[in-house]
Design a protein around this ligand. Structure first.
Ligand code: UDP
Length: 382
């Protein structure tokens, strides 16, 4: 073995694939019984509808290197992500665009009029100087829209004072003064034609890659443990960084998700893939209806059944799957301490959402793995 990769999500598999292609023997271990991390999907057995097992994953990127790379393993459908949100019993398009604004204010503002209104409703807050989620959110859409669509959704999603959350979280969403309600601004977007699992399996399908599932890096009853391997073989570690150091600098806070999945006896439950619920009287944040992610799979629409998944958010305990880094000031201080510790580890490279405690999208995880391969793992190049 020339390289051990801990974790078989997109970051780990990108490194494994590049190293295998360069002629290196790579072992990938994952604690779970399947590869792909949270991007893993599987057909729901009764209906055959592909369900993203850890919540909806939408691929999008503007990075030509990443786009070229991912297209080696899968083609993409022409799916374009659009989200709607139900506030006080009325459905609005998200992200906030001219349609949302005009519907909310029962008006017919032009782009300039809407811009002026939002500026006035943003009061003292300005996007350039906003210090946190709340200030940035109000600066971006004004107070009434922030309170309707962001404040309570964010309270459910993060359970953290929005003045302690980063403004970067709210600027994931575009705000548009046109009627364009695409969720993402990226150049390329789509879903893997044969599903996420087929894509992920193709990345791992190389004679130089051995994948071992159900293997925990910290379980000392198995041979590929941290104690045995570090210092002997280069390691790319994509698990939680605090777990690696046994939480010596404190546990970093994460949000996890719970899903309530149901097969319903109707052909169409909500007419769209994702409906958000920004009000506090609904306990979940959104409902996914998976058949709508693949309108091209026409045969799946010929049944009077559909699969929906309600998404609930809460703080993660140590045994839960971490999904979203909360990233408060305390977390950032902890992260800096872990980064210092990481420098002392011999030939261990930390990557991915968990390994770096960053809110990375799939394309970002793949992009950062490609740059780690190019810049930091040069000893392994052919
Ligand atoms: N958000 C919100 N209302 C919405 C959608 C998003 O308040 O209807 C906020 C919320 O804080 C969320 C963040 O914007 O965590 C980022 O949203 P995104 O859809 O990118 O989250 P993800 O899909 O990664 O869960």
């Amino acid at each position: 073995m020339d390289l051990l990769v801990v974790g078989s999500g997109f970051f780990g598999l990108t490194i494994a694939e590049r190293a295998a292609d360069a002629g290196r023997k790579v072992t990938v271990i994952d604690r779970r019984p399947h590869i792909g991390g949270n991007a893993y999907s599987a057909p729901e057995p009764e209906t055959g509808i592909e369900v993203h097992q850890y919540g909806a994953h939408l691929f999008h990127t503007s990075n030509p290197t990443v786009w070229e790379y991912v297209n080696r393993f899968t083609t993409f459908t022409n799916y374009v992500h659009r989200v709607y949100t139900t506030h006080k019993g009325i459905v609005y398009p998200m992200p906030v665009n001219l349609g949302t604004i005009n519907q909310f204010f029962q008006s017919a503002y032009t782009p300039d009029q809407a811009r002026a209104l939002v500026k006035q409703q943003a009061g003292e807050f300005d996007v350039k100087t906003a210090a946190n989620f709340e200030e940035k959110g109000i600066a971006l859409v004004g107070r009434p829209l922030f309170e309707a669509f962001f404040r309570d959704y964010t309270a459910k999603q993060w359970q953290t004072d929005s003045r302690k959350l980063s403004g970067d979280i709210v600027s994931r969403l575009p705000v548009r003064y046109t009627y364009d309600n695409r969720y993402f601004n990226d150049t390329w977007e789509g879903l893997p034609t044969d599903g996420y699992t087929a894509w992920i399996e193709r990345m791992a399908d190389h004679p130089n890659i051995e994948v071992k599932l159900g293997v925990d890096f910290f379980d000392e009853s198995q041979p590929l443990t941290k104690k045995a391997v570090v210092g002997q073989v280069p390691v790319v570690y994509t698990g939680p960084v605090d777990r690696y150091f046994d939480y010596t600098e404190g546990a970093l806070s994460w949000r996890t998700l719970d899903f309530e999945q149901e097969v319903l006896g109707t052909s169409d439950f909500q007419g769209t893939p994702v409906m958000n619920y920004p009000d506090l009287d609904v306990p979940y944040t959104r409902i996914h209806e998976f058949k709508h992610f693949h309108p091209e799979r026409k045969e799946l629409f010929e049944q009077d059944r559909t699969v929906i998944m309600r998404e609930f958010s809460r703080f993660a305990n140590r045994d839960d799957e971490p999904y979203y880094p909360v990233n408060t000031d305390t977390d950032r201080a902890g992260l800096l301490a872990y980064r210092e510790l990481a420098k002392g580890e011999q030939d261990v490279h930390f990557g991915g959402r968990l390994g770096t405690y960053q809110y990375l999208d799939m394309h970002m995880a793949i992009g950062s793995a490609l740059s780690m391969w190019r810049n930091d793992l040069t000893d392994l190049h052919g």
